[in-house]
Design a protein around this ligand. Structure first.
Ligand SMILES: Nc1ncnc2c1ncn2[C@@H]1O[C@H](COP(=O)(O)OP(=O)(O)OP(=O)(O)O)[C@@H](O)[C@H]1O
Ligand SMILES: [Mg+2]
Length: 362
C-alpha cells in the first residue's frame, strides 16, 4: 500500500497558485527528498501533508486513508520545521518528552528515549533550559529530538539542518540516515543542500514553481537530468554548460572531434548547450580536446577543481589531487561524449537517449 499519496493538489495564496496540480506517491519506508529554489513551494507542500495548511483542490492520503479533513494530531506524523516551532514556555526536556507523556508511556521508557536522543544530538547539558536560552542550531537539534523520540507513520523534515555548523551537519545527516535505516520509517525531507539530497534520498523530487520538474533516484537525476534546471540543482560543482552549434546533426568544437549525437537527426541545425560534469573532463596531453587557460585552482585533497576558460566559457574540471597545475597556463581538456548531455534552447534535454551512445566522426 502507498504510504503517502498526493493527488492533484492545488494551493493558492490569493490569486497566486503556489502548488499547481501536483501528484506524487511515496512507498512505505521510502526516503523522499524535495529540492528546489526558494519559494517553489516545498514548505507549503510539507505543511499541507502535515495538515497545517488547507488547500483548494485534490487529495492527500496517508496509509490509504484520505486525511484532508483530519487535524494534524490525527495524522500520525512527526514534523521538524524550518523554524523549529518549539513550545517557548517549556524546557528542552518537556519539549522532547511531551508527546510521550501524552501517549501514556512509562517513565523509565521515556527517560531511556530522552537519554538516547540527548546523546545523539549532544544536548544533554541543555535539558533544563527554555528555547529562548538556546542558539539556533541548538533549537534545531531539540526540534529533531522531539521528532526522533516518536514512532510516527511519516517523518516530515523541513531543512532541519540548515542552522548547524559544517561538522554537526554531517554528523546529523548520518544520524538521520541511520534513523531511517533503523526504523524503516517513511520520510519526506526538504532541503536546499544537494549533498543532503544525494546522500539521503531513495528518490529526489525536483520542484519548480509549484510543479514537479523531475522525480528519480539520485543516480538518475545526476546522469539523466530532463532539463538544465535539474542539471543545475543536482551535483556540486554544477554541470558545465557549453554553448554549441549542431550543424546537420553534428557537433564540432574547436580543437575537438566532430561527432553526431544519438537522437539528433542528421538534418538538424540548432544551437544547444552541451552539459559536462566536472569529473567527466580529463587532462588531454595530446589528441583532441577543449583548449583553454587555467583561471582558478581549488585543491580539495583527493581532487582538485580547476576552472578553465574555454573561449569565454569557464568550465570546471575535477582532476586528481596530485595533478600538477599552474595558474594562467594553457590546458587541454578531453571528455567522453557518451557521458555528455545536450539541452535545447528551451532548456530541455534533447532526445531521451541523446548523446548516450555517441559515435565519433573523425
Ligand atoms: N502565508 C502566505 N501568504 C502568501 N503567500 C505565501 C504564504 N506562505 C508562502 N507564500 C508564498 O508561497 C510560495 C511558496 O512558499 P514556500 O514557503 O512553500 O517556499 P519554499 O520552497 O519552502 O521556500 P524556502 O526554500 O525559501 O523555504 C512563495 O512564493 C511564498 O512567497
Ligand atoms: Mg521553506
Amino acid at each position: 500500500m502507498t504510504q503517502l499519496s498526493i493527488r492533484n493538489v492545488v494551493k493558492r495564496y490569493g490569486d497566486a497558485e503556489v502548488i499547481r496540480r501536483l501528484s506524487f506517491d511515496i512507498q512505505p519506508g521510502e526516503f523522499a527528498v524535495f529540492v528546489g529554489p526558494s519559494g517553489c513551494g516545498k514548505s507549503t507542500l510539507l505543511r499541507m501533508i502535515a495538515g497545517l495548511e488547507e488547500f483548494h483542490e485534490g487529495e492527500i492520503a496517508i496509509g490509504g486513508r484520505v486525511v484532508n479533513a483530519l487535524a494534524p494530531s490525527q495524522r500520525d506524523i512527526a514534523m521538524v520545521f524550518q523554524d523549529y516551532a518549539l513550545y517557548p514556555h517549556m524546557t528542552v526536556r518537556s519539549n522532547i518528552t511531551l508527546s510521550l507523556k501524552v501517549a501514556g508511556m512509562a517513565k523509565a521508557e521515556i527517560q531511556r528515549k530522552l537519554d538516547h536522543v540527548a546523546g545523539v544530538l549532544q544536548i544533554g547539558h541543555l535539558l533544563e533550559r527554555k528555547p529562548r536560552e538556546l542558539s539556533g542550531g541548538q533549537r534545531q537539534r531539540v526540534a529533531m529530538g522531539r521528532a526522533m523520540v516518536r514512532d510516527p507513520k511519516i517523518f516530515l523534515f523541513d531543512e532541519p539542518l540548515s542552522n548547524l555548523d559544517a561538522k554537526l551537519r554531517v554528523d546529523m545527516r548520518a544520524e538521520i540516515k541511520q534513523l531511517h535505516q533503523r526504523l524503516g520509517a517513511t520520510m519526506v525531507y526538504v532541503t536546499h543542500d544537494q549533498v543532503e539530497a544525494m546522500t539521503l534520498a531513495d528518490r529526489i523530487v525536483v520542484l519548480r514553481d509549484g510543479r514537479i520538474e523531475q522525480v528519480g533516484t539520485p543516480a538518475e537525476l545526476y546522469a539523466q537530468p530532463v532539463s538544465k534546471f535539474v542539471a543545475g540543482f543536482i551535483g556540486s560543482p554544477a554541470m558545465n554548460l557549453l554553448s554549441v552549434d549542431i550543424v546537420q546533426g553534428n557537433i564540432a568544437l574547436p580543437g575537438s572531434s566532430r561527432w553526431s549525437p544519438e537522437g539528433v537527426a542528421s538534418h538538424v541545425n540548432i544551437k544547444a548547450d552541451l552539459g559536462l560534469r566536472p569529473e567527466h573532463l580529463t587532462l588531454s596531453d595530446d589528441g583532441p580536446g577543449l583548449q583553454g587557460r587555467i583561471t582558478l585552482i581549488e585543491p580539495l585533497g583527493a581532487d582538485t577543481l580547476v576552472t578553465v576558460a574555454v573561449a569565454d566559457t569557464p568550465l570546471v574540471a575535477r582532476l586528481p589531487g596530485d595533478t600538477v597545475l599552474q595558474l594562467d597556463a594553457p590546458i587541454r581538456l578531453a571528455f567522453n561524449p557518451a557521458k555528455a548531455v545536450l539541452f535545447g534552447t528551451d532548456g530541455l534535454r534533447l532526445g531521451a537517449a541523446a548523446a548516450a551512445q555517441t559515435t565519433y566522426v573523425h
